[in-house]
Design a protein around this ligand. Structure first.
Ligand code: FES
Length: 122
């Protein structure tokens, strides 16, 4: 009702090189950013950041999640979501929220949308 949304950018790595060194390809890694439990995946076409809780039953993607054919696959029941759109690919499950990434000379950032009201960020 009041306020507007804006993206806050959080530094995760000092450079893309540091991201590459710390993120094994095709393996989902749990991270915490601004108090949120997220997961990050480095894959052949780039990076993917979403909530660590799987939309299916809320189990952690970081316990063995991986990339297959352009999708992120949850290790528990093997549902999969498109890395570009966040859409579930076969069973009409809820979509994954995708968090934006920004890589600049200052580092590797993850964007989280926050509501801004009269008295600051919520
Ligand atoms: S908890 Fe991820 S597919 Fe079921």
């Amino acid at each position: 009702m009041f306020g507007r949304k804006e993206t806050q950018w959080y530094l995760l790595f000092s450079s893309e090189q540091k991201a590459i060194e710390n993120l094994p390809e095709n393996k989902v890694i749990e991270i915490e950013v601004a108090g949120k439990e997220l997961s990050i995946l480095r894959h052949a076409a780039g990076y993917f950041v979403t909530n660590n809780k799987c939309p299916h039953q809320g189990l952690p993607l970081s316990r063995g999640g991986f990339c297959e054919n352009g999708n992120i696959v949850c290790p528990f029941h093997r549902y999969s979501w498109d890395l570009k759109t966040g859409r579930e690919t076969r069973r009409n499950e809820a979509n994954m929220e995708i968090y934006p990434i920004k890589i600049t000379d200052e580092g590797f950032f993850i964007g989280i949308e926050r509501k801004r009201g009269l008295f600051g960020i919520w």
